[in-house]
Design a protein around this ligand. Structure first.
Ligand SMILES: Cc1cc2nc3c(=O)[nH]c(=O)nc-3n(C[C@H](O)[C@H](O)[C@H](O)COP(=O)(O)O)c2cc1C
Length: 350
């Protein structure tokens, strides 16, 4: 185990740093997973699978648009502007899940030589089939199983689910926990619910070792020229703009679950500074996907180095700063009277 400032614990697992390569199209091959490992990711979440052929077919119909702040599409050049957003619909890995699990197991063993992990991931379709995949993952010796029950596309595609009810989350996670007695169970949750912190509590109460907050929302972007939706469909929408939303729900979940329960962030981290922001909001580790897809694997290494130097500049360890900003959120009524609104309206209205 590394003794760097940015090391941390999630349940029984020790992570060498807080940067996780989140599941996405770039992690469908051993070479992609190895590239993420070589670029210092503490955990690499291999592209998700499930048992349905329809989810695999959906990948062939997936589409993506990188957008600038004026909604113009930009060609991916691996040097995206910080504010670039990614609009897309995705699918699941187009491989037999047993073969993919066997490969992920091999990669996880390789990762242990680097003091890192490769996690298997499913996006849920049928609960019993999901448990069968999890059982097999544990048999392969995979140390982390990520259970995504909050994919954005549940209303668009019957082959994945967007679970919004705490009761459903509890039941699904409890079923999965009964199957996984050695492998760590991480549960990825949607943002598209009235209260993602309550979903986190349900997952914790049902035995999840950690929860991942918050999945990307679904959006619709009309094109002015064609007067049709960009990419023809509703799509998931992500970008750096999402960071404060993620931080807000991390802080709410921390308040509800207490400081000892491990939270993992996803949605909106673009660099090491963003990773540190999410840690200050209550996450112990941060999943980065779009920044790596659009900017290349070097983004991971840079993020690790920048978190390390931030911690050095504050003479702190990562575990010492987890939740510091979340714990200092103040009530509105305690704020000083400043009449600041006057600076934020056009002069004619003063
Ligand atoms: C193109 C694309 C494919 C994705 N595929 C998966 C997936 O297979 N499984 C999963 O759990 N999350 C998937 N995600 C979600 C990401 O892992 C991540 O949680 C989300 O994009 C928010 O983080 P980000 O702002 O760093 O991109 C995908 C995201 C994108 C953009």
């Amino acid at each position: 185990m590394s003794s760097s400032r940015s090391a941390l614990a999630i349940g029984k697992l020790l992570l060498k740093n807080p940067v996780i390569a989140a599941a996405g199209e770039h992690l469908q091959t051993a070479s992609g997973v190895r590239a993420a490992l070589m670029h210092d990711a503490a955990v690499v979440v291999a592209k998700s699978m499930n048992e349905t052929s329809a989810a695999r077919m959906q990948l062939a119909r997936a589409d993506y648009r990188m957008l600038d702040a004026g909604w113009h599409g930009r060609q991916p050049d691996f040097q995206p502007a910080l504010e670039a957003g990614l609009l897309n619909r995705s699918g699941l890995i187009d491989r037999d899940w047993r073969d993919w699990l066997a490969e992920v197991g091999e990669l996880d063993r390789e990762a242990s030589q680097l003091d890192a992990y490769v996690a298997a991931s499913i996006v849920l379709a049928d609960p019993l089939a999901g448990q069968e995949i999890a059982r097999q993952a544990q048999q392969e010796g995979i140390r982390i199983f990520e259970f995504n029950i909050g994919a954005p596309y549940g209303d668009e595609a019957a082959v994945v689910t967007t679970e919004r009810s705490a009761k459903r989350v509890f039941d699904l996670v409890q079923g999965m926990r009964q199957v996984l007695d050695r492998t760590q169970l991480w549960v990825k949750l949607t943002s598209q619910s009235e209260n993602p912190a309550l979903l986190a509590k349900a997952a914790r109460d049902a035995g999840a070792d950690a929860v991942i907050l918050i999945g990307r929302p679904l959006g619709l972007l009309p094109d002015l020229e064609t007067q049709t939706p960009v990419l023809n469909t509703n799509c998931a929408w992500g970008g750096r703009w999402a960071l404060p939303l993620t931080c807000y729900w991390l802080a709410r979940a921390r308040r509800l679950l207490g400081p000892d329960y491990p939270l993992i962030a996803t949605n909106g981290a673009r660099d090491g500074g963003d990773v540190a922001r999410m840690v200050l909001a209550g996450a112990r580790a941060v999943e980065m996907c779009s920044a790596v897809m659009l900017g290349g694997f070097g983004v991971l290494k840079e993020a690790v180095a920048s978190v390390e130097s931030y911690l050095a500049s504050k003479d702190a360890t990562l575990m010492q700063i987890v939740g510091k900003a979340a714990d200092s959120v103040q009530p509105f009524q305690d704020q000083p009277v400043s009449h600041r609104w006057r600076d934020f309206i056009p002069p004619e209205a003063r």
